[in-house]
Design a protein around this ligand. Structure first.
Ligand SMILES: NC(=O)C[C@H](N)C(=O)O
Length: 332
């Protein structure tokens, strides 16, 4: 029977799902990225009934320490596994802090219809009511199911199936930590998944981004907007960057005194991308708040600033005009 089960590789990168604390009462105080993937798998015998699972340790880090180099290494490894005819699906274990960034990066770069699921946990495995084991089982269950193919990269947390594009960490002290502003795609309950919707934006097999053509990612910086934000924040962040993400207030609004600064930076060649700091539903409209056509700026639409950075880095891995960059922001 085992021979007929799907072959799933668990690629481990660290995070709290591989964390360990001093006592069972430590749900929030612990060290991330301690437990090797083979030990995680050995501690979860239920996996054997779902898939033929093998583990591979890519990194052992907390996700706040992810760099662009880690993103490229991870994506190249996932892409290589996805091309392997002996692999049916891939699960990536990841810290939750930047999980939404890596998942979106994979969603945009791995040209495969095979199920790819990213998973993390909020409590270390040593804590009471640890959530990692059930999350990992759910992720493998989703990766092992045929319905998950072609849906782009998925994030499974707390029984919910999310698209990598929309999901973000919305709460940092609860196991119900991940939310998508437009809702999850489905649920996984006792091993069975229930789907409600599918992603409509371009991803994976329909992506125009080619990992093989990208050696390094260009610098895209984020500046957080707030009352009294100084012009120097934009000027400093813009130096050496190809684009600046304005994590703006409300509808990506820009303070009067900052507008001429951003216009000047655009004139010097820097792309200005307006996004919103509004959590869980920031939605920036083109030419509302600011005349983006006249300014030659771009809007991030509903992508949060950190996801906008991921898309902008890929889009600007070669030079593009603002109009072309905007097309990409509408499409992905
Ligand atoms: N819950 C977590 O995984 C948080 C941890 N700091 C990480 O992102 O690696």
């Amino acid at each position: 029977q085992t021979a007929a089960l799907p072959r799933i590789v668990i690629l481990a990168t660290g995070g709290t799902i591989a964390g360990a604390g001093a006592s069972a009462a430590n749900s929030a105080t612990y060290a991330a990225a301690k437990v090797p993937v083979d030990k995680l798998i050995a501690g979860l015998p239920e996996l054997e009934k779902v898939a033929q699972v093998r583990g591979e340790q890519v990194f052992q880090i907390a996700s706040e320490s992810f760099t662009n180099t880690h993103l490229l290494t991870l994506a190249r490894r996932v892409a290589a596994l996805a091309r392997d005819p002996a692999v049916d699906g891939i699960v990536v274990t990841h810290g939750t802090d930047t999980l939404e960034e890596s998942a979106y990066f994979l969603h945009l770069t791995v040209r495969s219809a095979k199920p790819i699921v990213v998973v993390g946990s909020m409590r270390p495995g040593t804590a009471l009511s640890a959530d990692g084991a059930l999350n990992l089982l759910g992720a493998v269950q989703v990766a092992a199911q045929r319905e998950s193919a072609g849906q782009g990269v998925l994030v499974v947390m707390n029984d919910e199936i999310h698209t990598a594009r929309d999901v973000s960490k919305a709460v940092n002290i609860s196991t119900a930590a991940f939310k998508s502003p437009w809702g999850p795609l489905g649920l996984v309950v006792e091993g069975k998944s229930y789907w409600f919707r599918a992603p409509v934006k371009r991803h994976t097999t329909a992506s125009e981004f080619d990992l093989d053509a990208i050696q390094t990612l260009p610098t895209v910086e984020i500046v957080y907007g707030y009352g009294n934000v100084p012009a120097s924040a934009y000027e400093t962040a813009g130096r050496g960057a190809v684009a600046l993400i304005h994590a703006g207030t409300g509808n990506g609004s820009v303070a009067d005194r900052i507008v001429p600064v951003l216009k000047r930076l655009r004139g010097e060649g820097l792309h200005i991308i307006r996004s919103s700091r509004v959590d869980g539903g920031g939605f920036v409209l083109r030419n509302a708040e600011q005349p983006d056509d006249a300014n030659d700026w771009v809007v991030a639409h509903d992508l949060n600033p950190q996801k906008a950075r991921i898309l902008a880095m890929l889009a600007l891995s070669r030079p593009r005009e603002a109009r072309e960059l905007q097309r990409i922001f509408w499409s992905y």
